[in-house]
Design a binder for this molecule. Structure first.
Ligand code: PHE
Length: 448
């Protein structure tokens, strides 16, 4: 079976940036910045993106492009008769589990789009917004329906293939995402008192930054670039030799960072302008922002744009997660793309259901003291992802060899790669040690 490829360089950037830019940028980045004191946290985060994120991304792209197969086969091809391919299985499994609950959160976003259309927030007093959100996510019917919708839209894009599905879709919706975020930024900046939000984002106060914040920045830099779970590797396997992987990685990382910062510039000026708290946490966009939009002229309209923006960001990420799994299943079991997409869609939904119910009727069922959704999130984000990251670094740095990776990164010497020595050191030593550190910390083995 001939493998599909990305057709244009722009398409590759749009698809990879689409994967990277997601709920992590618009939902998570602003609230962890809020909780960790703002600008100082952002500085550390930027360092992590450059020192850890970009080298690992380059390594994954190189692995993928060199072998032109799915994650499991990649390891088998480079190191036959070894156990390294188990890392491939782990990363596909991670993508699968993450997608099962990521699509639930994306489903909440669709619920909010619906509410902004019907204007149903208008009749809810500000102090009841938090309760409204809790009721929405715990009453399972609506989340069950919207999670399915998210998965079906994702499956349609994946089913349509790399060039006419993922690439085409990303090339249309990513520019739209940029336009929407720019409109919202202008709106936020022109609110009275907006400057306090900008100050919060850009004036560092290091006294607010704790070591916990540093580790969170490191963990997030990894997650936001979609690393450690075979996504970038799988996309790499559809990239042609004439793409400069260094520029590609830098462009994707910059786009991702820029959108995260812009999301912050949409959210914080508005939060400060209306005298709300920046430290609300995970409910920031679901509780604090509807409060902002309520007080704003044409609030419903801007609310609609905002949730459409998040929906676009989320779907281009769910597409990449599903693609990593579909690529593996279709190649492993020699199934057509259509069949494997449908099978995975069904299995994913089956795994999403307990996550959805765990916020309502199944709240009493706990795994290690956590409800099902939290348990899935914990296992993937805190255990599987760091393991996946460390394995990629060790495999590329020591087993395949950093020099071989550099050969692939430069397209066999066609492109210049000035930082090759720094890259080797980062990927062999600094990145795996740093990731190991977050890993031990999140398991409570290192205490700070
Ligand atoms: N990078 C995406 C985000 O920031 C999340 C994601 C993680 C997507 C892993 C795909 C794979 O939201």
């Amino acid at each position: 079976m001939k493998r599909d490829n990305f057709g244009s360089k722009l398409g590759v950037v749009a698809a990879a940036a689409g994967s990277a830019i997601g709920l992590g940028n618009i939902w998570k980045f602003p609230y962890i910045t809020g909780v960790n004191g703002g600008a100082a946290f952002i500085l550390v985060y930027l360092l992590c993106i450059f020192l850890i994120g970009i080298p690992v991304m380059l390594s994954e792209f190189a692995l993928g492009r060199k072998n032109q197969v799915n994650a499991v086969e990649t390891f088998k091809k480079l190191k036959p008769n070894s156990k390294w391919h188990l890392a491939g299985y782990l990363s596909v499994l991670t993508a699968f589990i993450i997608l099962s609950f990521y699509s639930m959160i994306a489903g909440w976003v669709f619920s909010y789009i619906l509410r902004s259309i019907t204007g149903s927030f208008n009749s809810i007093p500000v102090e009841k917004l938090s309760e409204h959100f809790t009721t929405l996510i715990s009453n399972p019917w609506e989340p069950l329906a919207f999670t399915l919708l998210v998965l079906v839209i994702t499956a349609i894009v994946v089913f349509s293939g790399i060039q006419s599905g993922i690439e085409k879709f990303s090339k249309i919706v990513m520019p739209l995402l940029v336009v929407l975020i720019l409109i919202l930024m202008v709106r936020s900046f022109t609110l009275q008192g907006a400057y306090k939000g900008i100050e919060f984002l850009f004036k560092p106060d290091f006294s607010q930054l704790k070591l916990k914040g540093v580790l969170e920045a490191l963990g997030h830099s990894f997650y936001t670039l979609s690393l450690g779970m075979a996504i970038i590797l799988t996309y790499g396997s559809y990239i042609k030799k004439d793409v400069n992987l260094v520029s590609l990685s830098i462009q994707v990382a910059l786009a991702d960072t820029l959108i995260a910062l812009m999301a912050g510039m949409v959210i914080f000026p508005a939060v400060f302008a209306y005298g709300l708290e920046p430290t609300y946490g995970p409910g920031l966009i679901f509780v604090t922002l509807p409060a902002v939009f309520k007080s704003m002229p044409f609030g419903n309209f801007f609310e609609f744009l905002f949730f459409i923006l998040i929906a676009i960001a989320a779907i281009t990420s769910t597409v990449s997660l599903m693609e990593a799994v579909v690529a593996f299943v279709s190649e492993k079991f020699k199934l057509t793309r259509g069949k494997s997409t449908v099978i995975i869609l069904v299995l994913l939904y089956l795994l999403a259901i307990p996550s959805i119910l765990s916020l309502g009727p199944l709240a009493g069922f706990k795994i290690g003291g956590k409800v099902f959704f939290d348990a899935m999130d914990f296992i993937t984000s805190n255990i599987f992802l760091p393991i996946g990251g460390i394995v990629v670094c060790i495999f590329v740095g020591w087993i395949w060899g950093a020099d071989k990776a550099v050969e692939e990164i430069t397209s066999d010497g066609v492109y210049n790669f000035k930082f090759r020595y720094i890259y080797s050191i980062l990927v062999r030593y600094i990145a795996p040690i740093a990731i190991l550190f977050i890993f031990l910390y999140s398991l409570g083995i290192i205490k700070i």
